[in-house]
Design a protein around this ligand. Structure first.
Ligand code: PLA
Length: 449
C-alpha cells in the first residue's frame, strides 16, 4: 500500500494530463525515467509468478474439469456417502435447527472464541475428568479449524522459541511444511514410513527424535496418520513419550481425525492423554472438519497444556495477541454446533453413532478394495498392508508416474504421493479402482515400489 501510494504521488506530480488513479495510457515520453515501471499495458504484478496448484486441494479442481463419467475423486479427505455425495450429519442439522429457533445473534466472539465451545472441545480431547482441566492448566483458543490452529501455534513458536525447530514425520500432511515455512519456523524430518515393510520405521523415528537438539518441538499425528494410515501401537507411544521426555522436547499433536480412526473418540485421543498423564506440557491442534463434517465452517482449537494455571493464563493471553491481528476473532456458527452437540447428552450419543457409521463405511470399502485387489491381481503381491492402515486414507505405494497413470488413463484423482481417500470411495467402485491400481502398479511405467 505504502509503495503504490508513493508511485501514485510521483504520477500526479508529472507534467502529463494523466488523471488521478488512471495508470493506463501513461507513456515513458510523458513521464521519463520515473514512469518506466508504469509503462503502457504493463501490470504492476509482472513480477508475480503463477503458483503451482495445491497438491491436495488442486486435485479437486482437476477432477471438476474432467468430463468422463468414470471419474472418481480420491484426492481430498472428505467423507462421501455410498452414492458418493457429500454428507451433512443429522446431528448437525438438528443443532442448526435449534440454533435458528433460538434466534441467536451474530455479534463478534471474543478473540479466544466461544466459551462453551472451548470447554466442550478441551473435555472431548483430554476427557472431562482430566485433572489438567480441573486445575485450569490448559490454554484453549477456538481457531480456524485444524490448519488455523496449527498456524497460530507456529506463530507462537516463532515468537517465543525462535531458536527451536520442529520435527515432522516423513512423510506428513503436505500442508505442515507450508505452515511452518510461512511462520518462519525451521523444521526437519524424522523417519516414519518404511516402504520395505509398508509400515512404521519405529527405530528410525526414535533415533531421529533422539538425535534432535534438546527442546525441539515434535509434531505427532494423534491418530490416523496422514498420509500413511500407520499409527504407533500403545507400547510404541510409551517409548516415543520416553524419548521426548528425556530430551525435553515439546510434543505437538495434530488431532484432525478424533473418532474417525477407530470410531471411538476416547480411543483416538489416547496418545494425547498418555503424554498429558505424564505431566508434560503439550500443544494440541484440533479439527472438526472430518469427525463432525464441518469442513467449510473452519472450526477447531489450539490447546496448550501448561505446568500451572498461571502459565496457562499467560500463554493464552499471548495466543490471543497473535490471533487478533491475523483474523481478529473466530467464526461463531461451527462453534455453536460443536458446543450444542457435545453439550447435549442425546445429541452427543447420536453423533457418536453417526461417526461410527462413517468410520464403519470406510472400513467396509477398505476391506472390499483389499478383497478385489487380492482376487484380481495374479502376481502374488501381498496387498494386506491396506488392511493394516487406519483412518480415511490408504497409502498405496504407487509412485508419481503410477499415480499419473491412475488419473490420465483411469480418471481416478488422487495425490501424487500415492495416497487415496477411502472416504471418497463406494463399494460399487472398488472393483474399478482395483483394476486401475493393478494396471498402474504393474504397467504404469514407473518403477514399482
Ligand atoms: N491436519 C491434518 C493431519 C490433516 O489431514 C488436515 C486436513 C488438517 C490438519 C486440516 O484440516 P482443517 O483445516 O480442515 O481442520 N487434511 C485434508 C484436507 C483432509 C486438506 O488438505 O486441507 C487432506 O485431504 O489431507
Amino acid at each position: 500500500m505504502a509503495s503504490s501510494a508513493a508511485a501514485f504521488a510521483v504520477l500526479r506530480g508529472g507534467k502529463s494530463e494523466a488523471r488521478a488513479g488512471c495508470r493506463v495510457g501513461i507513456t515513458r515520453k510523458n513521464f521519463g525515467r520515473v514512469m518506466m515501471a508504469l509503462a503502457v499495458d504493463v501490470s504492476r504484478f509482472e513480477g508475480v509468478p503463477m503458483a503451482p496448484p495445491d497438491p491436495i486441494l488442486g486435485v479437486s479442481e482437476a477432477f471438476k474439469a474432467d468430463k468422463n463419467d468414470l471419474k472418481l475423486n480420491l484426492g481430498v479427505g472428505a467423507y462421501r456417502t455410498e452414492e458418493l455425495q457429500p454428507y451433512v450429519l443429522n446431528v448437525v442439522k438438528k443443532a442448526e435447527t435449534l440454533m435458528l429457533e433460538k434466534g441467536e445473534n451474530k455479534e463478534y466472539l471474543p478473540i479466544e472464541g466461544l466459551a462453551a465451545f472451548n470447554k466442550a472441545t478441551a473435555e472431548l480431547l483430554f476427557g472431562a475428568d482430566n485433572p489438567v482441566l480441573k486445575q485450569g492448566r490448559v490454554a484453549t483458543l477456538q481457531s480456524l479449524s485444524g490448519t488455523g490452529s496449527l498456524r497460530l501455534a507456529a506463530a507462537f513458536i516463532q515468537r517465543y522459541f525462535p531458536e527451536a525447530k520442529v520435527l515432522i514425520s516423513s512423510p506428513t500432511w503436505g500442508n505442515h511444511k507450508n505452515i511452518f515455512n510461512d511462520a518462519r519456523v525451521p523444521w526437519s524430518e524424522y523417519r516414519y514410513y518404511d516402504p520395505k515393510t509398508v509400515g512404521l520405521d519405529f527405530e528410525g523415528m526414535i533415533a531421529d527424535i533422539q538425535a534432535a537438539p534438546d527442546g525441539s518441538f515434535v509434531l505427532l499425528h494423534g491418530c490416523a496418520h496422514n498420509p500413511t494410515g500407520i499409527d504407533p501401537t500403545p507400547e510404541q507411544w510409551e517409548k516415543i513419550a520416553d524419548v521426548i521426555q528425556e530430551k525435553k522436547h515439546m510434543p505437538f499433536f495434530d488431532v484432525a481425525y478424533q473418532g474417525f480412526a477407530s470410531g471411538s473418540l476416547d480411543e483416538d485421543a489416547s496418545s494425547v492423554r498418555l503424554f498429558v498423564e505424564r505431566g508434560l506440557e503439550v500443544f494440541v491442534a484440533q479439527s472438526y472438519s472430518k469427525n463432525l463434517g464441518l469442513y467449510a465452517e473452519r472450526i477447531g482449537a489450539i490447546n496448550v497444556v501448561c505446568s500451572t494455571p498461571e502459565v496457562a493464563n499467560r500463554v493464552k493471553s499471548q495466543l490471543k495477541r497473535l490471533a487478533r491481528p491475523m483474523y481478529s476473532n473466530p467464526p461463531i456458527h461451527g462453534a455453536r454446533i460443536v458446543a450444542n452437540v457435545v453439550g447435549d447428552p442425546t445429541m452427543f450419543g447420536e453423533w457418536k453413532q453417526e461417526m461410527e457409521e462413517m468410520a464403519g463405511r470406510i472400513k467396509n470399502v477398505r476391506q472390499k478394495l483389499y478383497d478385489s485387489l487380492s482376487a484380481k491381481d495374479k502376481s502374488g503381491k501381498d496387498w494386506s498392508f491396506i488392511l493394516r492402515q487406519i483412518g480415511m486414507f490408504s497409502y498405496t505405494g504407487l509412485n508419481k508416474t503410477q499415480s499419473d497413470n491412475m488419473t490420465d488413463k483411469w480418471h481416478i484423482y488422487m495425490t501424487k504421493d500415492g495416497r487415496i481417500s477411502l472416504a471418497g470411495l463406494s463399494l460399487a467402485k472398488c472393483e474399478y479402482l482395483a483394476d486401475a491400481i493393478i494396471d498402474s502398479f504393474h504397467n504404469g511405467l514407473g518403477t514399482a515400489k
